[in-house]
Write a new protein. Sequence first.
Length: 118
Amino acid sequence: VQLQASGGGLVQAGASLRLSCAASGGTSSTYGMGWFRQAPGKEREFVAVIRWNDSSSYYADSVKGRFTISGDRAKNTVYLQMNNVKSEDTAVYYCAATVDSDAVWNYWGQGTLVTVSS
């Protein structure tokens, strides 16, 4: 499975941004897809996940109520709608796919940089 993330850029605090991640190659085997992020000098952290079997989603507390993950199974694409962004949302955002559960992420995209100016 290959993942290609896009949509990052420079935005002002309070604005909105939508990230996309297109998956190819064996996507029918995936259990779910998600987003992670890594801020400068920090470890990579979980942001959101969507599970294909029931379209359920789960979010990190830091983004709950502001970010929304959605997916188009037919297009093998997952989105992250980011609203009311904050400076602490500045990070490289990675999409990932899992074939079994949220605990193990098997495939990773290359990352897209989101910079929030205050």
